[in-house]
Design a protein around this ligand. Structure first.
Ligand SMILES: *[C@@H]1O[C@H](CO)[C@@H](O)[C@H](O)[C@H]1NC(C)=O
Ligand SMILES: *[C@@H]1O[C@H](CO)[C@@H](O)[C@H](O)[C@H]1NC(C)=O
Ligand SMILES: *[C@@H]1O[C@H](CO)[C@@H](O)[C@H](O)[C@H]1NC(C)=O
Ligand SMILES: *[C@@H]1O[C@H](CO)[C@@H](O)[C@H](O)[C@H]1NC(C)=O
Ligand SMILES: *[C@@H]1O[C@H](CO)[C@@H](O)[C@H](O)[C@H]1NC(C)=O
Length: 949
């Protein structure tokens, strides 16, 4: 009886609960499914009622989930389909979750109410599904900075409400889709679109005449860094709303259409690095034009165009290498706004006269012309470079204007706080508080200025961002804008640090709201074009870290506006002191703004890489004693030491003569600090002090693969372990090629650059020779072929075209080494030839017995050996194009390993195994195997070798 009563009560209360649950049951199921398949979701995703319980990042209308805002939450996941079940969704922002590695499934079309889809800076891959064209309400679509491949679906042309289309920074190929009789959809149908951002893909073919129509409302046509060819269609002149055009870094040709001069709203015109021919068009009347870059084209030889002196808004004229000849008109320096005139590598001659009315902030670059004289040498004040002109060839060569401008430091003073030392991971805010800022880089597709020292611009940006954050109620104390640079794609990058107010960390909602504000960008900023924001993974989502001196305020509490004024005045003063500090920022000491000792406190959160003082490192290596030296090479020595709380590190100390330039060193650190993968040796930090350059890496205890394979390190690797090592190393390389941002070519893959930790996990080391994989596809023409004999890709050697396939070749050699234990070149014979000859035509594993490492036993007993050798041989094919990609190599090794796993241990296999996926079943199998064999960790005393040719 009592029992029945209790059951009744229970049922009743369940019903009551159900009656009060606010969330649609389908949505609850979908969210729970996401919860079980994604990692790092907010900890308050608990209970059965997401809307009622205010799950972080979820907003509801009535019972339906209508918005998901989870930008910058370090989410990891490999499927998107559960999102497609949340059919009430209106807004979805998952940007800056690099651990989301999934395809966009066709089922995304279920999200019929979606207006906003922001997936910037994740790792989505595969094609953009055609069904994306079935989201009739979509206004804002940004898939920037992912790894999408394949063509732009023409169906996007069905999104008639679309205002913002950003597909930039992906690997899309194919032509620009337009409508036709047979295909009714195309980008030409997007009459409400204001933004086409298609930069940095592999789009090819001509820009269709039909793409541009007078009834469009396009303001930004951004197509740079693709492989487009043909001419710019004349129809572009009919889109009267256009403000920014970027066609630079393509293979466009032919004359520029005169209709461009009809675009009276045009502010920025980027046409550099194409093959345009014909005459330079007359841009008279484009009175809003700020920025023109036509450098590196094949125009007809001409004089400096006269229209140039009539453009009253112009800040920047870039006409490098455009066959300009004749005298330099004095009028050109009179424009009041002018900041930069770059006319280097032309044929300008005569005597330079700059007149006496020019902006005091003007920079003029006339390097490599035929200028023979310079009037007013005595009292000119502008920055001018005449190096490589006849005037500088004679006795005048010591004149200031004959040297290439030297530059001292970053223009943006970050704070004037009295010296305060913050906790190790903390940063001093402009308001003199130590806290954990949310940090990342703003990437501007376009900008209307070139004087990166001019604080006016940053104050405008600062003000706009601050008021946007405040309007959204985010507790922001202050912002820091530092390190403005123009990157290799001619984008302006500015590092943004957002400091929390009240607490020393931001909560999850604040982080995602900041991300949304920045990447959804509902606001324009004067002088700055559209941008996207890529964050550094935020340190502190899982709650506040213990921190020493939170909220120290030094001196009087200064009112915000007064502080801004103070900073501004200080900046002006600094600028006066540094007249010549322009253009090429931070050449002499790029670390000035990083230095914790130099009161600015703006040590960057380099994604974990720390700044070490010389004293720190000296102490932890016992004054760089010989006993701590664990390796050496041409660059210097490697020391073992421990830093912080017992972390063992390998410190690579450059010796005199092998130091890099400061800028190169900084670039290398920035690059390496972004690399985080368990199969790549991680950078822990660096030291740049007292004339020393040191890189601090995690210490890898078991030495090099070479030593292990040859038995030099004292233990033997069985076949399964070799397969696993091959897989690890392949994953590390595949990460560098396909997932690192920007992608990286290692350039020196070899068995001594693959290190083994004490669980025999392989890690790829030493990308001292690495190059960014910039211009994807076209190959990277290097000036100097580098690499190691025996591992070097013959095609790269001959053509100097470096591609990721060069690493694949070297990796193929490593695979052969792994199975034969022979050096790549032994007794004058290359390992590739040796194995090839042994293989013969038989397809019989036994034929490999003469080359296989004798400690492995007979080849016919090694499961998958034939597929393995075929894989290795495909990697070393002569033609780079016929070699597999590292991603394909990873998948094939996984397949081979499944064959090698005894059937009873065989496990379910993901269709899309991704390289950084810790949960990969194969991976856990490998680990279990190591443990079950009781692998002796005491082997972990082998020296850390870093060899560098
Ligand atoms: C969520 O909904 C609340 C109340 O309707 C609203 O104030 C808030 O701005 C919404 N948040 C987001 C991120 O849309
Ligand atoms: C889509 O939005 C409309 C109103 O804008 C609403 O009536 C409808 O129920 C929504 N659809 C879904 C599936 O939530
Ligand atoms: C486009 O890219 C896809 C996937 O990356 C590739 O399979 C295809 O061959 C490429 N198409 C062209 C024409 O290059
Ligand atoms: C500029 O526009 C006018 C009127 O809209 C048109 O008549 C003229 O042909 C255009 N000029 C060029 C060069 O396309
Ligand atoms: C020159 O630079 C200073 C400081 O950035 C700025 O305040 C000033 O307006 C600039 N002058 C001109 C003419 O642009």
């Amino acid at each position: 009886m009592i029992c029945r009563f209790l059951v009744c009560l229970l049922l009743l209360s369940c019903q009551i609960l159900l009656a009060f649950a606010l969330t649609d049951s389908g949505d609850v199921a979908a969210l729970n499914s996401i919860k079980s398949s994604w990692k790092n979701l907010p900890p308050n995703w608990k209970g059965a009622d997401p809307c009622g319980n205010n799950w972080d990042g979820i907003n509801c209308t009535n019972t339906r989930v209508t918005s998901i805002m989870l930008a910058g939450q370090l989410l990891e996941g490999s499927t998107f389909s559960d999102i497609s079940s949340l059919t009430g969704l209106v807004e979805l922002d998952l940007s800056n979750n690099i651990g989301l590695k999934a395809i966009l499934p066709p089922s995304i079309q279920n999200l019929k109410n979606l207006t906003t889809l922001v997936l910037i800076g994740c790792s989505f891959f595969g094609p953009i599904p055609d069904s994306i064209g079935s989201l009739p309400r979509l206004v804002y679509l940004s898939l920037n900075s992912n790894s999408f491949t394949g063509p732009i679906p023409a169906s996007i042309g069905n999104l008639l409400q679309l205002s913002w289309l950003d597909l930039g920074m992906n690997k899309l190929n194919g032509t620009i889709p337009i409508s036709s009789n047979t295909a009714p959809a195309g980008l030409d149908k997007l009459l409400l679109a204001k933004h086409f951002h298609l930069s940095n893909n592999q789009l090819f073919g001509e820009i269709p005449e039909k793409l541009f129509r007078p009834d469009m409302t396009l303001i930004h046509a951004i197509f740079d860094n693709n492989k487009l060819n043909g001419a710019i269609p004349s129809s572009i002149g009919t889109v009267q709303t256009l403000e920014v055009i970027r066609f630079d870094w393509n293979s466009l040709e032919g004359p520029l259409p005169p209709s461009i001069s009809n675009l009276t709203k045009l502010q920025e015109l980027y046409l550099s690095n194409n093959n345009f021919s014909g005459n330079i068009p007359d841009l008279t009347g484009l009175d809003l034009l700020f920025y023109v870059d036509m450098s590196n084209n094949s125009f007809n030889a001409s004089q400096v165009p006269e229209w140039f002196s009539s453009l009253q808004s112009l800040t920047t004229l870039m006409m490098e290498n455009t066959k300009l000849q004749g005298p330099i008109p004095v009028d050109m320096f009179r424009l009041p706004q002018l900041e930069t005139v770059k006319l280097s590598n032309n044929n300008l001659n005569g005597s330079l006269d700059i007149g006496n009315s020019y902006s005091s902030n003007l920079t003029v670059d006339l390097q490599n012309n035929s200028v023979t004289g310079f009037q007013q040498q005595a009292n000119y004040t502008l920055d001018i470079t005449l190096a490589d002109n006849p005037i500088c060839n004679g006795n005048g060569a010591t004149e200031a204007f004959c040297s290439v401008a030297k530059v001292d430091s970053s223009p943006l003073p970050s704070s004037r706080c009295r010296a305060v030392s913050c906790g190790r991971d903390e940063v001093l805010s402009p308001n003199c508080q130590c806290s954990h800022p949310y940090t990342g880089i703003l990437h501007f597709f376009s900008f209307s200025f070139s004087d990166l020292q001019n604080l006016t611009y940053y104050n405008i940006l600062h003000g706009t961002l601050m008021s946007q954050f405040r309007a959204r109620g985010i507790p922001v104390d202050s912002l820091n804008l530092t390190n403005p640079t123009i990157n290799m794609y001619s984008y302006l990058e500015i590092t943004l640090q957002v400091f929390p107010s009240g607490k020393d960390v931001f909560d999850r909602t604040s982080v995602s709201t900041i991300g949304f504000v920045l990447n959804r960008q509902p606001f324009p900023v004067d002088y700055f074009g559209p941008f996207f924001f890529i964050d550094e993974q935020y340190c502190c989502l899982s709650g506040p870290k213990k921190s020493s001196n939170v909220g120290i305020i030094v001196g009087v509490a200064i009112g915000g506006s007064f502080l801004v004024l103070l900073i501004f005045l200080a900046g002006m003063y600094a600028l006066r002191q540094k007249r010549r500090a322009k253009e090429a920022i931070d050449k002499s000491n790029p670390f000035a703004s990083w230095d914790p000792e130099k009161e600015s406190g703006a040590v960057p959160q380099l994604q974990g890489a720390k700044w070490f003082s010389f004293e720190d490192l000296k102490k932890c290596t016992d004054n760089f004693s010989e006993s701590n030296c664990v390796g050496s090479g041409g660059y210097g020595k490697v020391y073992k030491g421990s830093v912080g709380s017992e972390q063992v590190v390998a410190i690579k100390r450059a010796q005199q003569g092998s130091m890099q330039g400061a800028v190169e060193f900084k670039t290398e650190i920035e690059l390496m600090s972004r690399i985080h993968h368990k199969n790549v040796v991680g950078l822990v930090g660096f030291c740049y002090e007292q004339g020393e350059q040191m890189l601090v890496y995690e210490y890898i205890s078991n030495g090099t693969l070479r030593d292990c394979v040859t038995g030099k390190s004292g233990f033997r690797l069985d076949w399964n372990k070799r397969l696993r090592i091959a897989l690890d190393a392949a994953r590390g390389l595949s990460y560098l090629h396909e997932l690192a941002s920007p992608p990286i070519i290692h350039r020196d893959v070899k068995s001594t650059n693959i290190l083994l930790d004490n669980n025999l996990n392989a890690k790829v080391a030493d990308f001292g020779l690495s190059k960014l994989l910039g211009d994807t596809g076209k190959g990277y023409v290097t000036t100097q072929v580098k690499g190691t004999l025996g591992y070097m890709d013959p095609e790269y050697y001959m053509t100097q075209q470096l591609t990721d396939k060069s690493d694949v070749y070297s990796f193929g050699v490593v695979l052969l080494e792994l199975m034969t234990a022979r050096a790549p070149i032994q007794n004058g014979k290359h390992i590739v030839r040796l194995v090839h000859e042994a293989m013969g035509d038989s397809k019989d594993p036994q034929s490999l017995d003469e080359v296989i490492d004798p400690t492995l036993g007979s080849a016919s007993k090694l499961s998958g050996i034939w597929r393995f050798v075929e894989l290795a041989m495909s990697c070393v094919r002569e033609a780079a194009a016929e070699r597999p990609s590292m991603g394909e190599v990873v998948r094939e090794i996984e397949n081979i390993m499944e064959m090698a796993v005894p059937p009873n241990k065989q496990m379910h296999h993901h269709t899309f195994v991704e390289t950084a996926d810790d949960e990969s079943p194969l991976r856990s199998y490998g680990a279990a195997e190591t443990e079950s064999e009781g692998f002796d960790v005491s082997y972990g005393s082998f020296p850390f070798h870093v060899h560098r040719q």
